[in-house]
Design a protein. Structure first.
Length: 241
């Protein structure tokens, strides 16, 4: 999912704030931005600055101050996540709720859409308030029996936490024995789209392998992500409007 999130973020048609909200520890900064991001800015520094009943709009404005610019793509800013799972447990339900409200105000406060990597949905704790506030939720799944089986459990958890699946869709990643449409049908979700398994591009986005942005944009992954990002952005704009 982290690789797919980076791909969508780099193709997003509007200025974007990307938030790494994986409670088990964030992988986004150590991936594409490996060795180029300090530890002084991110979710933890934002939560400290946004304490004390700060209005959601003001908390959203602070997000920009605690984000790091992606040098290869100036319209994109990243809120780095937790360095460890222990840091992730420091966020209470109230903190997640404050973050959810701030992300909802991202466009009006700092002129950016918000895209979030939540990590795996395996516990009752974590960034569920952020998911409840989202215009759209994508569940990443591979087209295999094992992955679909695990995703079915995640779908039930999402239904329980969100109340329904009205804003949830499947994102099918890679090739497998089953078409993307069948995978989505097995999960009883609409199909948001599919992305190819592109090892070379994934190594750049998730492991910091060297590549130019020009070469990366010609990859099969980013070509597919470009169309999907445009569709998701249009849907989000329609929901907000």
């Amino acid at each position: 999912m982290t690789t797919s999130t980076w791909a969508l973020a780099l193709c997003w048609p509007r200025p974007l704030l990307l938030a790494d909200c994986d409670q088990a520890g964030g992988d986004m900064a150590p991936g594409l931005l490996a060795g180029r991001v300090g530890v002084d800015r991110g979710l933890l520094s934002w939560s400290t600055a946004a304490r004390g009943g700060l209005p959601a709009t003001a908390a959203a404005a602070l997000l920009a101050e605690h984000a790091v610019q992606v040098p290869e793509h100036p319209p994109l800013a990243l809120i780095p996540g937790f360095a460890t799972a222990t840091q992730g447990t420091s966020f209470t339900s109230e903190t997640w709720q404050r973050l959810a409200l701030a992300l909802q105000e991202s466009m009006s406060a700092i002129g950016r859409d918000a895209l979030v990597d939540t990590g795996r949905l395996v516990t009752d704790r974590g960034c569920w308030p952020v998911l409840r506030a989202a215009d759209q939720v994508l569940l990443a799944v591979r087209p295999s029996v094992r992955s679909v089986h695990a995703a079915q459990d995640a779908v039930q958890r999402v239904r329980q936490e969100l109340g329904d699946l009205a804003r949830v869709a499947a994102l099918v990643i890679g090739n497998g024995p089953y078409p993307a449409g069948e995978v989505a049908k097995a999960l009883q979700l609409p199909l948001a789209g599919s992305l190819p398994y592109d090892w070379t591009a994934a190594a750049v986005l998730s492991d910091g392998a060297m590549s130019s942005m020009k070469t990366l944009r010609r990859s099969a992954l980013l070509r597919a992500a470009s169309g999907l990002a445009a569709e998701l952005a249009d849907t989000a704009e329609a929901v907000a409007g």
